[in-house]
Design a protein around this ligand. Sequence first.
Ligand SMILES: Cc1ncc(COP(=O)(O)O)c(C=O)c1O
Length: 379
Amino acid sequence: MRPRPARIERLPEQYFVGLLGRVAAAAAEAGPPLVDLGRGNPELGPPAHVVEALVESARRPDVHGYAPIRGLARTREAIARRYRDVYGVELDPDREIAVLPGTKTGIVELSLVLADEGETVRLPDPYYPDYPSGPAFAGAGLETFPLDPDAGWAPHLDDVDAAAALYLNYPSNPCAVCAPDGVFAAAVRWAERTGGAIVHDAAYIDLVYDGRAPASFLATPGAKDAGVEMWSMSKTYGMAGWRIGFVVGNAEIVERINVLNDHERVGIFEPMQRATIAALEGPQESVAERVATYERRRDLLAGALAAPIVCEGTFFVWLSLPEGLTAERLLEEHRVAVAPGEGFGPSGAGWARISLAVADDVLALGVERLAEAFAGVLA
Ligand SMILES: Cc1ncc(COP(=O)(O)O)c(C=O)c1O
């Protein structure tokens, strides 16, 4: 076989694939059952009416052919309606919305459509570990800009140099904070100053706690000129396995994503889109219930650990591990897996991300073990 093309060689180690492998290896060793709080895989599925819509649509004989490449108009209208009603943002369903098989696809494709070879993509540090894959595919350089823990993990964007694209993510994975005041306006200013595009990842937009309201980057004046937002069915409705997401906002960037879609995909199975419409337009109680569940689990963890934790949104807790405790020690000695902070960028060293997206009994056991481990080093 000839050597791999450079674009494959350039790809970084896929953090979550590596983590899953380490956790599986540890689970296979003798000892009490391992508790995995490392992975963010929603364990609460979508509400019953959404599954019903999928099944009902799949029973029709006329939905099994190729679906429209750029998504059903009804699907795009449903997400436009949600943006208008929930986030106060008007979107043109034909020009400002692209339908994708999950936002992870968008994460990579947005680097491809925004950055040429040799240009720069800027990522926040800490960042979601899938972000470096996009610049690597595009042959672009990757630079990070720090998030300031003392400013609610806000970047100082007025000090950040130009680039082809700059990624932001609030509610933040892994920092578990909502967008600090002024960050979105600073992002628009950065785009105006540099001509680069903002990519805002809103995968957790609706999972916000303590009475906070979901906030879209696109509600900021000038945001549609500055860039796009990614919106996912995975977290709001527990549909991670379904693979449906959207890139919305700037019409030129949306068009570039659609052009890529025209070449590499043939739409999304219509019954999945019908179920997506049912989720977006049907009863919304499940969203509030999901938020309440994660909030309750966060409080359980906060009450048990002898360390302050912050979790304003997402289903993660991001914390600085006390001196003497590492993710490896937690895995090997306490049989609880957390996501080691190192995988989230240079500033993640010494930190860990803990997932609340596990069943209550699993979390209870994990919290017990974490509390013991923390007490052991803090004593
Ligand atoms: C910050 C962030 N963005 C995007 C994604 C990908 O979501 P999707 O399921 O839409 O691909 C995830 C998934 O965990 C995430 O944590």
